[in-house]
Design a protein. Structure first.
Length: 405
């Protein structure tokens, strides 16, 4: 199957347009990383506390951030979570990096207190049932003993407290609308007693996670090393498989792709997590594979069309592989686009990196990698040296050995 047959597009003739396009997006990303959002590292790399909060209604992240800011949590990050499934959840990131149980409770308590700032005066002196543990509920019931159980109170109220928590977390997805919703779960007398000592807020803490600073630093170092090792491996492989200039061109192309992808995350202020690094490493391989296909066709055509200029050979090679490039990139792009649209918030960063990277990687294989070869040949020719990217020609039409720099 072919989309294009016998195309004669002058890709190299448009190299200045390609250069302008790459410069605009690269510079925009660099400026964002330097002066605006920086490199928005996720909690995996910087360390900190992640708190997942579910609301009974669609929350306003800006209003929640303002509540946290008023409570003294100045560096909190708030973002909508799992919007595709209308889960009414927010992901709040704090800079609390201690890894003890006390730190988990501290992060949860600080957020609950900040978000309960808008609670009505009728709830004064009461405890939030949506953010109470089964132990807190059981202790309250033991103290009030609404069923007058006497000696059997401890196991009975403990079981009731667990049933209340299960109803809230599993049936009601973490948020009770009113305490009266528990009438079918526990005795009405218990519900009445709970109304006296508890109230229900419009949110519930679903989960709390902590990544310590040492773990974050180690993960950051490993992510950088993994990226550098992959680039070095490609440079060595292409230098042995083709010529060293092919390896340099491929590495520069992949660096270009990575810079634009990371810059896009900075411009969008999307956190770079471990899954995003996995996507970037995937893109390094994907972009390099597409570049090698073009390079291999260039090498074949150099042997067949040794009397033509390298720029003409490169244009012909790109046109010959264009149909394959569009088919491969198009099908891959549709897959990752579906993942981005329907994969949920957990895979949002990973799929976004793939969407951006596949577009930029396909573009750079045509618009960046190949022109580097031609530019290098023209530079060597201007210095009176034999171009390294193709055989030199003698007066008899036979090719002389390559002269390596």
């Amino acid at each position: 199957m072919e989309f294009f047959r016998n195309t004669t597009i002058d890709f190299l003739g448009k190299k200045w347009y390609f250069l302008a396009f790459s410069l605009i997006f690269s510079v925009a990303g660099v400026l964002s990383m330097a002066f605006w959002h920086g490199i928005p590292l996720g909690v995996d790399f910087r360390g900190g506390t992640l708190v997942y909060v579910r609301y009974s209604h669609t929350p306003d992240p800006a209003a929640v951030h303002a509540d946290l800011d008023r409570a003294g949590l100045k560096n909190a990050r708030v973002q909508a979570y799992d919007q595709a499934h209308n889960s009414n959840e927010l992901l709040i990131s704090l800079d609390i990096q201690e890894t003890s149980e006390q730190a988990l409770d501290k992060g949860k308590t600080e957020i609950v207190q900040a978000l309960e700032g808008r609670a009505s005066s009728a709830s004064a002196g009461k405890v939030d049932l949506n953010n109470s543990s089964s132990i807190t509920i059981a202790n309250y019931l033991l103290e009030k003993d609404p069923l007058h159980l006497g000696a059997d109170a401890n196991p009975r109220y403990t079981a009731m407290a667990q049933a209340i928590v299960n109803e809230r977390d599993q049936v009601k997805s973490g948020v009770l609308g009113t305490i009266d919703e528990l009438k079918g779960v526990v005795d009405p007398a218990v519900v009445a007693s709970l109304n006296e000592g508890f109230f229900v807020s419009d949110f519930g803490i679903r989960n709390v996670e902590i990544v310590g600073p040492q773990v974050g630093q180690q993960l950051r170092k490993q992510a950088i090393l993994a990226t550098l090792y992959s680039l070095a491996g490609m440079l060595v492989y292409l230098a042995l498989r083709f010529e060293w200039i092919y390896g340099v061109a491929a590495v520069l192309t992949v660096f270009h792709d990575t810079l634009i992808t990371v810059g896009a995350f900075s411009l969008l202020n999307r956190e770079i997590s471990l899954t995003v690094i996995a996507a970037i490493l995937t893109l390094i391989g994907y972009s390099n594979n597409d570049t090698i296909v073009v390079f291999d066709r260039i090498r074949e055509n150099i042997k067949l069309l040794r009397r033509e200029r390298l720029s003409d050979i490169v244009n012909k090679s790109i046109n010959q592989t264009l149909s394959r490039t569009i088919l491969t990139a198009g099908l891959t792009f549709l897959t990752v686009l579906a993942l981005f649209l329907f994969g949920g918030e957990v895979l949002r960063g990973f799929s976004l990196a793939l969407v951006i990277g596949i577009l930029i990687g396909t573009y750079s294989s045509i618009a960046i990698a190949a022109p580097i070869l031609v530019a290098y040949q023209e530079w060597r020719t201007a210095r009176g040296q034999t171009p390294i990217a193709m055989p030199a020609r003698t007066g008899t039409g036979q090719s002389s050995p390559k002269v390596k720099a």
